[in-house]
Ligand binder design. Sequence first.
Ligand code: 5AD
Ligand code: SF4
Length: 431
Amino acid sequence: MNVHDSDKIVGILSESDHGTADSIEEADVIVLNTCSIRQKAEQKFYSELGRLRTIKKNNPDLKIAVAGCIAQQQGDAIFKKFPYVDFIFGPDNIDSLQTWISSRIQSTDNRQQKTALRENPGYQTKILPMKRIGRVRAWVSIIYGCDNFCAYCVVPYTRGRERSRPCKDIYDEVVSLTGQGFKEITLLGQNVNSYGKNLPEKIDFSDLLRMIHEIMGLQRIRFVTSHPRDISEKLINTMRDLPKMCKHIHLPVQSGSDKILASMNRGYSYRDYKNKIDMLKAAIPDIAVTTDIITGFPGETDEDFQLTVNALSEIEYDGIFAFKYSERPDTKALALPDHIDETIKSERLSHILKLQEVITFQKNMEMEGQVLEILVEGMSETDDKNLTGRTLTNKIVNFRGDPDDIGNIVMIKVKEARQHSLHGEKVKSRK
Ligand code: 5AD
Ligand code: SF4
């Protein structure tokens, strides 16, 4: 979500005739787009902002803007503490960059803060100028904010209430993207499954998928992120029935312990969650499942942690994102008793990462010899002789090939499994 917001920021800057500077010292405008999901991201931002003090001293005409979730939550404090910051805007006000960037040229003192959360989708119904990376896959926002208030999570405070984007705007954006040659879109939101709840028209996420599916030229559809509670039978059947749907779901479980899930306010038990996974696997047997895990949430005992370990062994995810619990401002978890020692959080984190490494590698090994459909995205970042693409199950595959294949679907035989990718050989091409 944050990276996609950066595409919008770069799009607005490009449209106002700002190109990319060769170095930070040469920039006329610097926008720091911040993330506050965990403390580490916040620390990185503050040290980066500190570094800009000298840059601005040497270049007093430089304008510095701070965007994103930290700007939203800590705008006043940032203005007070960093007098060289000129403009602050939150994720609900990305369009205000358009006005600021044009007005700053006339004005010398133009410190502004735009952090009001908007009740209506407002600018979000429009298509902002966007500078997308690559020309094969694109993200499209479909829902903003979140109403779930998981006890650890800052998002409902920084991105505000859940608001669905009108389906016509989404449809038009996808039509425009396919017209530009994009082949795969990822529908984006904090909780895509609850799409449509606040819209005047009667539409849910499955209906939206069916609508998008009709668009000519579009070859693949992904979505992220889903809340386990909102996975319905209708959605599972839609995923099964629509041929352009990728065979992958990211379904954050967070913990395998019902006690911890309840105090996280997740709204499901591990059994409920596992039932949803079983339903998905019954409908789409080769579906890949990935998840998010938090270790060391307040009150997590060794027994609770063991239940998370058991969940990983039982479900055998294709991949996980795991994090140590991190205290976030305003969240309910701050007030919970029994916060966990940092060392224990780290030990638990490395335990599950190690366990998952074995599972992921095992799963990759099982794919050796298989012939898979790959959408070719571009040249490999690590080896400029290789092309890179993804399977329907979201596995990265590198192979020798012709750059003309970029944007095409090709068939690849998997030759070698690696820890984080597969290496293959092209067998026959299909447009
Ligand atoms: N501490 C650790 N992890 C967090 N996440 C969200 N908030 C926190 C936090 N305070 C993780 C969750 C979520 C993912 C995007 O980030 O696992 O699914
Ligand atoms: Fe945060 Fe929970 Fe909303 Fe996800 S569903 S954004 S974890 S509050």
